[in-house]
Design a protein around this ligand. Structure first.
Ligand code: AMP
Length: 414
């Protein structure tokens, strides 16, 4: 394995925010305490693994009986996110709660809060960030630029949007879309009207298509006392609107990295969030940054932190919600490249583990999902290296070794 070396990082644990913290009381959940998670996908699973490492017990709620979190949690509740009785049952089994998916029903989080349970991030944060219009209005209200947009509630709004924002545009559902789901590229008004009709006049957002030079992301965490920790800015490459590769640190100037970090810090403070979140941004040719969205939870572009940083985004989430001191975001290697492993149509058996792990710079994570449907996130690998260029070339070599085959083609181990 690559020698991990400690490196001075620009990532900050802000000493200004630390002033006087000693006088404030943390409300901490002791080790051995019970964490409840709404959602049991891969993010819940990685959170549960971090929780296990720290001695916490985990319950989660998910509509699927074989959600990836199942094999690592202590207890599960199979129910829909809007099943308030089941959500409250999860609450009664937990000392503190969080969620790993922002498309859960906000009324469930409100019900938990009203029943006296502590949920981080709060229902206010969830409500603001799960609705693309509210989210962008919030971002603008604190003086940060977003993609030009127009809210679509009625057919007349389509005409107004076409005049104000123009074409080409992305029409996205205001609520419920992720990984490119619920969005379509539009080139004229007629097409926009057809899409609006086909979606039964659901609330949409009309977004200008941005000709960005890079997509950037930043993982940030804020604790109950207002202390903020930011990770390095990442460069994110999407394929078919799904994250494919995350490169850390992003190949940008210090000035741009500082600006992106400042944006994340301002959002953390103004949103009054407790927990980990990710800000996704577009970098323009003139170095201007536009915020695309805020994910109020650990994020796919932060998976590299598991292998490359002192404290992973999942450990930070636990520290933040449990009232423990935040950990260090420092990278232990100069650079890291994370590549998502997606399902294809070929089968459910992962093939090539031996070849992949033959390179000792590669860390492999598989989520234990039974069906490798096309484009489904099945795992990821992270390459640690002294330089981004080397990490990228190892990642490309490793990528060639990934595939899913039907069980009958599984190679016999000699
Ligand atoms: P989203 O669901 O908004 O995160 O979008 C998924 C991906 O689609 C983004 O990461 C971008 O690659 C692309 N995308 C989303 N919105 C825009 C936009 N307004 N202009 C250009 N590309 C976009």
């Amino acid at each position: 394995m690559l020698a991990k070396k400690s490196k001075d990082s620009k990532d900050s644990k802000d000493s200004k925010d630390l002033k006087d913290l000693k006088d404030l009381k943390r409300k901490s959940i002791e080790v051995g305490g019970r964490i409840g998670i709404l959602g049991g996908g891969q993010l819940g699973r990685m959170l549960a693994l971090a929780a296990r490492q720290m001695g916490y017990r985990i319950s989660f709620l998910d509509p699927s009986s074989d959600a990836p979190c199942s094999s690592v949690a202590d207890k599960k509740i199979v129910a829909n996110y809007d099943d308030i009785a089941s959500v409250l049952k999860l609450g009664s089994r937990s000392d503190i709660l969080t969620y790993e998916f922002e498309n859960i029903d906000v009324n469930s989080v409100i019900a938990l809060e009203e029943a006296g349970h502590q949920v981080y991030p709060s229902s206010y944060v969830l409500k603001t960030t799960q609705h693309r219009i509210l989210e962008k209005e919030f971002v603008r209200s604190i003086g940060i630029k977003t993609v030009p947009f127009y809210p679509i509630y009625t057919p007349i709004d389509l005409e107004k949007a076409s005049e104000e924002v123009g074409f080409p545009t992305l029409l996205k559902t205001a609520y419920g879309g992720y990984d490119g789901k619920g969005q379509v590229k539009i080139i004229n008004l007629e097409q926009a009207q057809q899409v609006f009709n086909s979606l039964n006049h659901r609330t949409l957002i009309w977004e200008k298509v941005i000709n960005f030079t890079k997509e950037l992301g930043i993982i940030c965490v804020r604790d109950q006392l207002g202390q903020i920790v930011t990770y390095p800015v990442t460069e994110n490459i999407h394929v078919d609107n799904i994250l494919d590769t995350t490169i850390v640190p992003a190949r940008i100037s210090d000035n741009v990295a500082d600006k992106a970090t400042e944006i994340a810090r301002k959002i953390a403070q103004q949103l009054n969030i407790v927990g980990v979140f990710c800000v996704e941004m577009f970098l323009l040719e003139n170095n201007e940054i536009l915020v695309n969205e805020i994910a109020p939870r650990p994020h796919n572009s932060g998976h590299y932190t598991i292998d490359a940083c002192v404290s992973s985004q999942f450990e930070q989430q636990l520290r933040a919600i449990c009232g423990l001191p935040l950990g260090s975001p420092k990278m232990l290697t100069n650079s890291a490249v994370m590549v998502n492993i997606l399902g294809d149509h070929k089968g459910d058996r992962f093939f090539g583990t031996t070849e992949i792990l033959a390179n000792d710079n590669v860390c492999l994570h598989l989520y234990g999902k039974k069906k490798a449907k096309p484009k489904r996130k099945m795992g990821h690998f992270t390459v640690l290296s002294d330089s981004v260029d080397t990490a990228l070339s190892i990642a490309e070599e490793t990528r060639k070794k990934l595939c899913w085959l039907e069980s009958k083609y599984r190679r016999k181990v000699k």
